[in-house]
Design a protein around this ligand. Structure first.
Ligand code: PGA
Length: 254
C-alpha cells in the first residue's frame, strides 16, 4: 500500500524567526508519527538548520527547495546534495515550475539534479505540469510524458522507485484555480501508465504521485480520495499553521 505524503513548500517566505515559529507549531500539532503517511516541510535554505533543530524530535521531515548537481567546487551561490544531507535534509524538490520558468531549468537539468539527489540518498520530489496554453491546445499528456522521460533518463528501476512525482499544473499554482479531482486523477493515472511502460507494473503501482496547485483545507479531501493521488505539495496554504495542519489531518490517518 502506498503511504500519503503531505509536503509544504514555503518558497521564498519567512525569516529565521518566522520559520522557527511555524515549525514549532507544526511539531506540536502534526509532529506525531503517522503509520500511513509522512509530513515534510521545505523552508528556505537560510532557515534549514534552525528548523531542523525544532523538528528533530518530531516525525516531520526536512527538505530543501532546490539543489545543484555537483558535489562541491567553484559554483558561486549553489548548494549541493551533500550540503543538504549535512544540514539534515532528507527530501529535495526538483524542477518546480517556478524554477523552470524563472531559472530556465530544462528536463536535462532536472535529470542531473535527480541523479545527484539519489546518489546522496535524498528523496527527490520531481515536479511536472503543463501551462494553461498547453492544456488548451490539448498537449497536457505530451508535455507530461516529455518531462517524465527527461527526468528519468538513465535512472535504473531501483533508484526510480525512490522518486516522488508531483503533478502540478502550472495554471493551478498560486492562482486559487485548483484542478478538479477528476482532472488531476486523469493525469496521475496517465503518469502511472507511462511509468509502467518505462519500468514495470510494480514500480508504477508503488511510486508516489502527489498533486500540487492551490491545495487548501477545503479541496484536499476531494483530491486525496482519488485512486492515484498519494498526497499533496502545498505552497501558499503551507505558510499557515492552521491551514497546513488541517490538510495533514484530513489526508493522513494517525
Ligand atoms: P500553491 O503552490 O499551493 O501556492 O498553488 C504549490 C506549489 O507551487 O508547489
Amino acid at each position: 500500500m502506498r503511504i500519503k505524503v503531505i509536503a509544504g513548500n514555503w518558497k521564498m517566505h519567512k525569516t529565521i524567526e518566522e520559520a522557527k515559529s511555524l515549525a514549532r507549531g507544526l511539531a506540536e500539532r502534526v509532529g506525531r508519527p503517522f503509520s500511513q503517511g509522512c509530513v515534510a516541510i521545505f523552508p528556505p535554505f537560510t532557515a534549514l538548520s534552525e528548523v531542523k533543530r525544532i523538528i528533530e524530535k518530531s516525525s516531520i521531515k526536512l527538505g530543501a527547495q532546490n539543489l545543484f548537481w555537483e558535489e562541491e567546487g567553484a559554483f558561486t551561490g549553489e548548494i549541493s546534495a551533500k550540503m543538504l544531507k549535512d544540514v539534515g535534509c532528507s527530501f529535495v524538490i526538483i524542477g518546480h515550475s517556478e524554477r523552470r520558468k524563472y531559472f530556465s531549468e530544462t528536463d536535462e537539468i532536472v535529470n542531473k539534479k535527480l541523479k545527484s539527489a539519489l546518489s546522496f540518498d535524498l528523496t527527490p520530489i520531481v515536479c511536472v505540469g503543463e501551462t494553461l496554453e498547453e492544456r488548451e491546445e490539448s498537449s497536457t499528456f505530451r508535455i507530461i510524458e516529455e518531462q517524465i522521460r527527461g527526468a528519468f533518463k538513465d535512472i535504473p528501476e531501483d533508484s526510480a522507485l525512490k522518486v516522488i512525482i508531483a503533478y502540478e499544473p502550472v495554471w493551478a499554482i498560486g492562482t486559487g484555480k485548483v484542478a478538479s479531482p477528476s482532472q488531476a486523477q486523469e493525469v496521475h493515472q496517465f503518469i502511472r501508465e507511462l511509468l509502467e511502460k518505462l519500468y514495470s507494473k510494480e514500480l508504477a503501482q508503488n511510486i508516489l504521485i502527489l498533486y500540487g496547485g492551490s491545495v487548501n483545507p477545503e479541496n484536499i479531501e476531494g483530491l486525496i480520495s482519488q485512486e492515484d493521488i498519494d498526497g499533496a505539495l502545498v505552497g501558499g496554504a503551507s505558510l499557515k499553521l492552521e491551514a497546513f495542519s488541517l490538510i495533514v489531518e484530513k489526508s493522513i490517518k494517525a
